[in-house]
Design a protein around this ligand. Structure first.
Ligand SMILES: O=C(O)CCC(=O)C(=O)O
Length: 277
């Protein structure tokens, strides 16, 4: 692997202290995240990587096509319902768990794409409603190819955000904190394929550009609870655990329709309006 990233000093990679759910929860509440939880095998992640590569090839490298794959593809539906992940999410959110959104987050080799410092809460209308974000490594994820970086403990505060213009920003909206965190407070979260980070919606996080020839592929998921009051437009969610009713304007779906691949691609295209950039 060719590596030429500028800050070469090794930093501590955060990871689970042991693999019990109670120590996970303690660490999650203290730091606002836990990284390095193994949820899937390398073999499984290699097969998922192939699925993502097929989608991205079909859409001629248009990364906008990669939102809400769990609504159309069995591999993504299975991944958002991964039991090891849900056991950890349940420790934080309780027995009723809904999946609102998923997104494949891809940086091509040497891609200048960045994600600026933000908390997920600032991007959403969820207010103080409980939520957990998951980020699963589909490829190897390192500092060189733009791993997630976080500010441990930042979830206990709120930080003002504003919208800026940055043509390399990877998310559709470019909302970022008014002030950048101090580099000495930052932790870089390197992952092997199949490992996951769970983080609090108030945690500050970001990612740098890639300086590597290895594509960086991650899968992010947003988990909600029945406390979420309603959404403005109609949305389709998955009820991953529990029996609670859906929030207003939300419809649950519980299986992938038996469509052909072309029909799935057509739906994905329609959902993601991939005629835009
Ligand atoms: O994948 C990235 O680089 C950023 C992901 C992110 O901001 C998120 O999952 O909330």
């Amino acid at each position: 692997m060719q590596v030429c990233y500028p800050h070469s000093t090794a930093r501590k990679t955060y990871c689970v202290i042991d693999n019990t759910i109670s120590s996970f929860k303690e660490q999650y509440l203290k730091d606002g995240f836990v990284s390095g939880i193994q949820v899937e095998s390398l073999e499984k992640m290699n097969s998922i990587k192939g699925e993502v590569e097929n989608i991205i090839a079909h859409f001629h490298n248009n990364r906008s096509a990669l939102r809400q794959c769990h609504q159309y593809f069995q591999w993504a539906y299975d991944l958002v319902n991964n039991d090891v992940m849900l056991d950890h999410v349940e420790a934080v959110l309780g027995p009723d768990i809904f999946i609102r959104a998923s997104m494949v987050l891809l940086k091509f080799p040497y891609s200048p794409s960045v994600v600026l410092w933000h908390s997920d809460n600032a991007y959403s209308t969820m207010g103080e409603t409980p939520c957990v974000s998951a980020w699963i490594a589909i490829s190897e994820v390192t500092r060189a190819n733009g791993c997630l970086k976080v500010v441990p403990g930042s979830h206990t505060q709120t930080f003002p955000h504003h919208t800026v213009v940055n043509e390399n920003h990877q998310l559709r909206t470019c909302l970022t904190t008014v002030e950048e965190p101090d580099e000495k407070d930052v932790a870089y979260l390197e992952l092997d394929p199949g490992q996951m980070i769970l983080f609090d919606p108030f945690l500050l996080h970001a990612s740098d550009r890639s300086y590597s020839d290895v594509p960086r592929i991650g899968f992010s998921i947003r988990f909600m609870t029945p406390d979420f009051p309603s959404v403005n437009k109609k949305e389709q969610w998955v009820r991953a655990r529990g029996l609670a009713n859906a929030p207003k304007n939300v419809r649950f779906f519980d299986r992938i329709e038996g469509e052909t691949l072309d029909e799935k691609y057509a739906h994905l295209e329609k959902y993601n309006l991939i005629t835009e950039k």
